[in-house]
Ligand binder design. Structure first.
Ligand SMILES: Nc1ncnc2c1ncn2[C@@H]1O[C@H](COP(=O)(O)OP(=O)(O)OP(=O)(O)O)[C@@H](O)[C@H]1O
Ligand SMILES: [Mg+2]
Length: 225
């Protein structure tokens, strides 16, 4: 296992996977986690909303298809509440112990879905994010880009339905556009991949990006004794 020492006492690495529904995030998160573990990295796989008992309870409230009356602002606050708990209880301690955290979604999802998708002010979302995360960002984010219809079709095949997924096609198009804008604004952190390729090809593309990233920080890496 290796430890990376950077400013602020953080030692581990924080990776997030982002993208619209059915792009393959969960499939690839598992493959990446297995790959890094086999390479000897101490790796934890987690997801949002979720990752802790409290956050998973909030996830149930957020994603239930019965909750079609949920107010957009209530939704935004619940995502942030789940994130605070996830960060404090899990992500930060794990990173500080020198491990790699892979999270299936993080703050970029909130900007894309509640900001670009719902139309809530990006400034307000940023203010709430600062309260929830203190501005903490993943070190690297893999953004899965795919035609909206193809993603939704993939999920329908496995009968996956949640409250967000039931939104109309235009909502999902705005979310996709939002993600692409985020990637254009932060090209250093957010790496865009074409999620229409097959599972194995996408996996190899991701490990190429992650290996390059990990090599790039080797100067800051010290072996753990
Ligand atoms: N590259 C791919 N090509 C074809 N099908 C894929 C590919 N990647 C994943 N799938 C399939 O698409 C479905 C959705 O994949 P997955 O659950 O990984 O997506 P997701 O991005 O996590 O979706 P969600 O946002 O809804 O959680 C699964 O049945 C999965 O096996
Ligand atoms: Mg998933």
């Amino acid at each position: 296992m290796i430890k990376r020492r950077i400013k602020g006492g953080r030692t581990g690495t924080f990776v997030s996977l982002e993208g619209i529904e059915g792009t393959g995030k969960s499939t690839q998160a598992k493959l990446l986690s297995e790959y890094l573990s086999k390479k000897g990295f101490n790796t934890i796989l987690t997801e949002e909303p979720g990752g802790t008992v409290i956050s998973r309870q909030i996830r149930r409230v957020l994603l239930s298809t019965r909750h079609d009356k949920m107010d957009y602002m209530a939704e935004l606050l619940l995502y942030n509440a789940a994130r605070i708990q996830h960060l404090k209880e899990k992500i930060i301690p794990v990173i500080n112990s020198g491990k790699i955290v892979i999270t299936d979604r993080f703050s970029d999802s909130t900007v894309a879905y509640q900001g670009y998708g719902r139309g809530i002010s990006l400034k307000l979302i940023d203010t709430l994010d600062k309260i929830a995360t203190g501005g903490m960002r993943p070190d690297i984010t893999i953004l899965f880009d795919l035609d909206v219809e193809i993603g939704l079709k993939r999920n329908r095949k496995i009968n996956k339905r949640d409250r967000l997924e039931l939104e109309d096609i235009e909502f999902h198009r705005r979310v996709r556009e939002g993600y692409l804008q985020l990637a254009a604004m932060e090209p250093e952190r957010i790496k865009l991949i074409n999620a229409s390729k097959n599972i194995d090809t996408v996996h190899h593309e991701i490990i190429g990006i992650i290996n390059k990233f990990l090599q790039g920080i080797t100067l800051n890496i010290v072996p753990v004794r």
